[in-house]
Design a binder for this molecule. Structure first.
Ligand code: FES
Length: 135
């Protein structure tokens, strides 16, 4: 029988413990009130300028070069739409344009995959219910 240890998981040191304990550096910043990956053990993120956009009537800020989905996630928005048949909430899932979980209305155009759509200044983003209707 194995002896139990009293060390907590967070007390165990490893070469990558800095990243493990900090959720890959996700933290709040003045540019994004939600969670955003700021540091990563392999990737680097250039700090590009801010981009303002509108989500359901609220002005939010993202960063140049990111997708609409990434900007929404950084602003704490997890619910992107409701499924057509079940009405279940959907959000960011595959992030590579394969699952259609992130369909939203962008500048009046429904069924836009926001995980593939670049963020633009002043773009108007709305949640979609069901199939979405052209306005
Ligand atoms: S999150 Fe899967 S297509 Fe956008």
């Amino acid at each position: 029988m194995r002896a139990r240890t009293s060390r907590r998981k967070s007390e165990v040191r490893s070469p990558n413990s800095e990243f493990r304990n900090s959720s890959f550096g996700a933290r709040r910043s003045s540019l994004s009130p939600g969670r955003r990956i700021e540091r990563h053990p392999i990737l680097t993120f250039e700090d590009r300028g801010p981009v303002n956009f509108i989500f359901d009537g609220r002005t939010m800020t993202g960063r140049q070069g990111e997708t609409i989905a990434a900007a929404l996630a950084a602003n704490g928005i997890r619910l992107f739409r409701h499924a057509e048949k079940t009405g279940r909430p959907r959000g960011f899932f595959c992030a590579v344009g394969k699952c259609s979980s992130c369909l939203m209305v962008v500048d009046g155009q429904p069924n836009t995959m926001v995980c593939m759509e670049p963020l633009r200044e002043g773009v108007k983003v709305e949640r979609q219910s069901g199939r979405g209707k052209l306005t």
